[in-house]
Design a protein around this ligand. Structure first.
Ligand code: NAG
Length: 429
């Protein structure tokens, strides 16, 4: 008898699992996929929900015109057009402004859930809302976080590389298109997430690397007021030396020459008519680097101070983040990947890394501070070396210098500025 009852309960649970069913959004109806995770545990997954129209080339995103009937949201859409891993070809599409949503349910359908919005990294050159895929396991699947944390997870797509960030440094092609895409997705979440069981006033934005710097930019822009409450930057902030291109025109002219466009006042018009795949390839990352010209200096397709999304240098914009709770962090040896390209010997256990390489790398990083800056930095980093530093300590010092310059010190600076400008959070009771 008991067995029968249990069997019946399980049967009931399976056929009546909690689901949102068809959801009304501002653009029209969407239907996702409902999956069963365990006893009285279900999840609705929506893949490829449009948060904006197909973007115009080098233009801000626009609202989606909407659709009739029920849109099936069961497949990830293509990532935004970008170079492939070996930079020989492109993948993805210009039609890429979509987001994905994971909504966990217990015994009944969720309401008023906290929401976490993920922004991927990839040097502003690559990445996708679903992340790398291995045997149908997507790196940025929101399923685990949504299930374990009992939160709604949203992952958004944004333009990267040339199509996301090329800027002539003036109003003809101001740049920051990828940041505007992220903002459009965050605003869409604020307007629509209640229909998915989310609390629009309890949104956290989080991201890693260029996604972490993006999170920081989203807190600093004046355009996100009231759209989210909390932010987490994992290895990257707006103050990182690679996060802003202060002279975007120079790289725009390089790209223009590669695609046979003039560099005079007709440059922007010509670029807008050029094939997006050619433009994307022309924005490939140069891997040429050395201690005198470190690789982080080659990340040129990044956000710009455009007088609109970023009205000023990021360090002067922290008042805009005053009401946002903020966590930022870095990893031990975060700069290893970069410094290993600049000083390859650090990765060879049998090869010496020369003290001269340490000086050259420090010299590049402290260029703006002149000889006094270099001397000061050199004595700081070598103060524990003693008279005969081991091969290993020299290699470790190179990684420390890179980690400090590329991630740690800018992150500390951002946290100090955030704290100095923050007004204490008052959550409505
Ligand atoms: C937002 O969600 C978190 C996590 O559930 C919760 O601790 C917090 O109280 C919520 N804040 C508001 C204002 O509802």
């Amino acid at each position: 008898m008991l067995g029968l009852l249990v069997a019946f309960a399980v049967f009931q649970e399976v056929i009546t699992g909690s689901s949102l069913g068809v959801v009304y959004t501002e653009g029209g109806m969407v239907q996702g996929e409902n999956i069963r995770l365990g006893y009285r545990r279900h999840m609705d997954v929506f893949r490829g929900v449009p948060f904006a129209d197909i973007p115009g080339r080098f233009e801000k995103p626009q609202r989606h015109p909407g659709w009739d009937g029920v849109m099936k949201a069961t497949e990830f859409k293509k990532r935004c057009i970008q170079v492939n891993l070996i930079m020989t070809d492109t993948r993805g599409s210009e039609d890429c402004l979509y987001l994905n949503i994971w909504v966990p349910h217990g015994r009944s359908v969720s309401t008023d859930m906290p929401v976490m919005v993920w922004i991927y990294g990839g040097g502003f050159l690559a990445g996708g809302s679903m992340g790398a895929n291995f045997l149908d396991n997507y790196l940025y699947s929101g399923q685990e976080i949504a299930d374990r944390g009992n939160v709604i997870v949203v992952t958004l797509g944004y333009r990267v590389g040339t199509m996301g960030f090329l800027s002539t440094g003036d109003s003809s092609m101001p740049g920051n298109y990828g940041l505007w895409d992220q903002h459009a997705a965050i605003a869409w979440v604020h307007r629509n997430i209640r229909s998915f069981g989310g609390d629009p006033d309890n949104v956290t934005v989080f991201g890693e690397s260029a996604g972490a710097a993006s999170v920081s930019f989203q807190t600093l822009t004046p355009h996100n007021k009231g759209l989210f409450k909390r932010a987490i930057s994992q290895s990257g902030v707006a103050l990182c030396p690679w996060a802003i291109n202060k002279n975007p025109r120079r790289f725009a002219e390089e790209v223009a020459l590669k695609v046979n466009c003039p560099t005079d006042q007709t440059m922007a018009a010509c670029l807008k008519m050029t094939d997006p795949a050619l433009l994307t390839l022309a924005g490939s990352l140069s891997l040429a680097s050395s201690p005198d010209s470190p690789i982080v200096g080659n990340l040129l397709l990044s956000p710009v101070i455009d007088g609109d999304f970023l009205p000023d240098d990021p360090r002067n914009l922290f008042h805009n983040a005053a009401n946002i709770d903020y966590i930022a962090g870095v990893n031990d040896m975060d700069g290893h990947l970069f410094t290993g390209l600049d000083v390859p010997s650090i990765n060879s256990p049998l090869v010496d890394t020369h003290v001269e390489d340490v000086k050259r790398l420090l010299g590049s990083y402290t260029k703006e501070k002149g000889k006094a800056g270099l001397d000061n930095a050199y004595s700081t980093y070598t103060s524990t070396w003693g008279s005969r530093p081991s091969r290993e300590i020299i290699k470790r010092t190179v990684v420390e210098i890179g980690t400090d310059f590329i991630f740690l010190v800018p992150t500390q600076a951002a946290l100090y500025l955030h704290a100095a400008n923050a007004t204490p959070t008052v959550w409505a009771a």
